[in-house]
Design a protein around this ligand. Structure first.
Ligand code: PLP
Length: 354
């Protein structure tokens, strides 16, 4: 596996393709077993995906210690976010969310006419749970709270004990959509996934997970939701029929069985992050210690202009975020790619650009 990974890294450095450090993908690509599963399944792609989806869901349920009625398949976790919002929305619901955070749910809320209350991150870039609770208290009606843990674009996990206290209060008037797209990267001691809440029987919490990030299947669109069986039924009623694809299902199942490749992905991500941390420290550019495969860091200037200059240098980096003026989100590529990024950043310093 490591030979395959290193040849992949050098291959992407030797082409004229820009280095994609903008969408938080896994630069090692599909696990070899997943690639094989895709090839093996292609001749069967004329069949509907039911059997492959059932096998995948059984596998996820087994891994997480859930029963299958607590799980729902999504065409990526973005569809799970939509189904959750659609199932939880009542008349007069509001959506409360941190800002900046992953914003797709805003579009879904706007399409349904659900007012969105954005709560700015606090001075330490942390999700401001106290302010969010205040917004919930002020509203005369049900609230749906979106939390991204770890948060995108900061890469920070939420304060666990404060989060626990709030999640204890979940009810028909206060429901939570917890986006755990990057959970597999989290190394912080004491972190607890909200999946545990569902296992304990809480009925107004949906956890959204994806195969687009560490599992490297962003182009195959596989995500899932975890919630109480009754809530899953309500979400299922919002799903489009046959939203799964057979190739994505077999690839996802094989990825779950590729623990060695997952370990390699984590190791590669840690090594590559360490290189970037070192370079940022040397240049005196602040950054947030990340529990994900991206780093939010200072660029000392206009983030949009920085993005354009990086693109000209052959590197696609993240975009500007609300309230993140002068900061940029950088996805972590292979160590070789990040070495190239570090050299480029050092050149930018010589030019007085960062
Ligand atoms: N949630 C978060 C926090 C993300 O960053 C992303 C993608 O960048 C998604 C969800 C959507 O992922 P997908 O729909 O590919 O599963």
């Amino acid at each position: 596996i490591s030979t395959a990974a290193s040849s992949l890294a050098s291959a992407s450095m030797s082409t004229d393709e820009p280095i994609p450090l903008n969408f938080n993908e896994n630069p090692l690509g599909l696990a070899p077993k997943a690639q094989q599963a895709v090839t093996d399944a292609l001749p069967n792609a004329w069949r509907y995906p039911d059997a492959a989806r059932s096998e995948l869901m059984a596998s996820i349920a087994g891994n997480l210690g859930l029963i299958e009625s607590q799980l729902i398949y999504g065409n990526g976790s973005s569809e799970v976010l939509k189904m959750a919002l659609d199932a939880l929305a009542q008349s007069n619901s509001q959506l409360v969310m941190p800002d900046p955070s992953y914003g797709v749910i805003i579009d879904y809320a706007m399409a349904r006419g659900i007012p969105v209350v954005k709560v700015k991150l606090d001075g330490d870039w942390q999700t401001d749970l106290a302010q969010m609770q205040a917004k919930v208290a002020q509203h005369n009606g049900p609230s749906i709270v979106y939390l991204c843990n770890p948060n995108n674009p900061t890469g920070l996990v939420l304060p666990q004990s404060e989060l626990n206290q709030w999640l204890d209060k979940a009810s028909s008037q206060l429901s939570f959509i917890i986006d755990e797209a990057y959970v597999e990267y989290v190394a912080q001691a004491g972190f607890v996934s909200a999946v545990e809440r569902v296992k304990q029987g809480q009925s107004h919490i949906v956890v959204c997970r994806t195969f687009s990030k560490i599992y490297a299947l962003a182009g195959l669109r596989v995500g899932y939701g975890v919630a109480h069986s009754e809530l899953i039924k309500a979400m299922q009623a919002q799903a489009s029929i046959d939203n799964a694809n057979l190739i994505g299902c077999v690839a996802a199942k094989a990825s779950l069985e590729s623990s060695q490749w997952l370990g390699l992905s984590l190791q590669s991500n840690s090594q590559a992050k360490a290189l970037v941390y070192q370079q940022l420290s040397e240049l005196g550019l602040d950054y947030l210690p990340s529990e994900t495969n991206f780093i939010f860091h200072k660029v000392n200037g206009d983030s949009g202009l920085y993005m354009q200059r990086m693109a000209k240098a052959g590197i696609l980096v993240g975009r500007p975020f609300n309230h993140g003026e002068g900061w940029n989100r950088l996805s972590i590529g292979t160590p070789a790619q990040m070495q190239y990024f570090c050299k480029t950043l050092a050149k930018f310093r010589e030019l007085g650009w960062v």
